[in-house]
Design a protein around this ligand. Structure first.
Ligand SMILES: Nc1nc2c(c(=O)[nH]1)N[C@H]1C(S)=C(S)[C@@H](COP(=O)(O)O)O[C@H]1N2
Ligand SMILES: [Mo]
Length: 347
């Protein structure tokens, strides 16, 4: 997923699985930077570091520090294991789920979120629900895990970059939250916003590191999509609270849409009477639409969406290629939402 950096603009319709991962994303830029900095040796690093802001320096030194960083502490959660929406596939190992991430607020390479987010503060947290609702409210960290009974939902997450993971989330249907605040009759859409805190999120402070996104990251759903039981508010994965790199303390998971719709670390949810702007659409409207339904028949302008790499034990390059399914395999639950719609025009 990227905004067409010039160095890959020439690559047309190559299946992503045939490309090294770092050509699919702008991360090549950052990996290059690291390689360059490494090649300069310690003295060069010092000289370069001196010209950067203190936090950018801290980030760079973190990357090269051999010191083990204190890992974020996750708490066990109480949850049920209903059989709804189960997939007949193997889970992606937990260390892949938590170390191969897209969370541009913490950097654009897949390892950046794990490396840069361990000190992220999720307590105190506030989630504000407002707009066209009967009872606007602000929830705190404890509310998020205690207001509704939690259940495990194992979903496939299909990134627009043509890889996927199977993740056991813990959470509750977004519909419960919407029922709690009471949706006014005039509402047609739901808008989501990630926390804006450049002090904690280096990608929000530095345009290059943040992949060019205009922060805060925003996403949206139609009200009907938001009310669908599959739309999940996740507060955990693999039985424990979410780690920061996966969107702690609370994120959306919309399994029939490309991963970028599943917005992380949400601080605000608003009910609106119009379609809200969404971050990737603002950045490259021809590549990332508002709907972003997983669809093997509609290619990304720069690569095929017909298949995907399913990330398992071995990692990205040994990942097996599987056919991408319409609506990521969740058509029985959601196809009716798009009846009569031209999914090529509303991609
Ligand atoms: N705030 C925010 N949410 C985000 C992103 C991001 O960069 N910022 N990346 C999205 C993309 S492209 C994907 S594929 C998923 C990845 O979720 P995961 O890292 O938990 O697998 O998060 C999505 N949510
Ligand atoms: Mo993604």
């Amino acid at each position: 997923m990227s905004q067409k950096p010039s160095f890959i603009r020439g690559i047309k319709k190559t299946a992503t699985w045939a490309l090294p991962d770092n050509q699919v994303t702008p991360e090549a830029v950052f990996n290059d930077r690291r390689t360059i900095i490494k090649a300069l040796g310690f003295g060069g690093l010092g000289a370069l570091g001196a010209s950067l802001s203190p936090s950018a320096q801290a980030g760079l030194f973190d990357v090269f520090s051999d010191k083990p960083k204190a890992e974020f502490i996750r708490r066990p959660l109480d949850f049920s294991r209903p059989h709804a929406f189960m997939l007949e596939t193997e889970l992606t190992p937990e260390d892949k789920v938590t170390r191969h991430n897209n969370f541009y607020e913490f950097g654009t390479s897949k390892q950046d979120p794990f490396e840069n987010a361990q000190q992220f503060k999720v307590e105190p947290w506030t989630l504000t629900l407002d707009g066209l609702v009967d009872k606007p409210m602000t929830l705190d960290f404890d509310d998020l895990t205690q207001l509704f009974p939690l259940e495990e939902r194992t979903y496939r997450l299909r990134c627009v970059e043509a890889w996927s993971m199977v993740i056991p989330w813990v959470g509750f249907s977004l519909a419960y939250l919407l029922a709690k605040v009471g949706v006014k009759g005039s509402a047609t859409h739901v808008a989501f916003e990630t926390l804006y805190d450049p002090k904690q999120m280096p990608g929000q402070k530095n345009r290059l590191m943040g992949g060019g996104i205009h922060y805060p990251y925003v996403e949206g759903l139609t009200l009907a999509e938001a009310m669908n039981p599959l739309s999940l508010i996740a507060v955990g994965l693999y039985g424990k609270t979410l780690p920061p790199q996966n969107g702690a303390p609370i994120r959306l998971v919309v399994p029939w849409k490309y991963g970028f719709k599943s917005i992380k670390s949400i601080s605000r949810i608003r009910l609106l009477d119009r379609e809200p702007p969404t971050s990737w659409n603002q950045l490259a409207a021809n590549e990332y639409g508002f709907y972003a339904n997983v669809n093997p028949n509609v290619d990304h302008p720069r690569w095929s969406q017909a298949s995907e790499r399913s990330i398992g034990e071995g990692g990205l390059f040994s990942a097996k290629r599987i056919a991408t399914q319409m609506f990521n395999g969740y058509g029985d639950e959601v196809a009716h939402l798009y009846k009569g719609m031209d999914l090529r025009a509303f991609y």
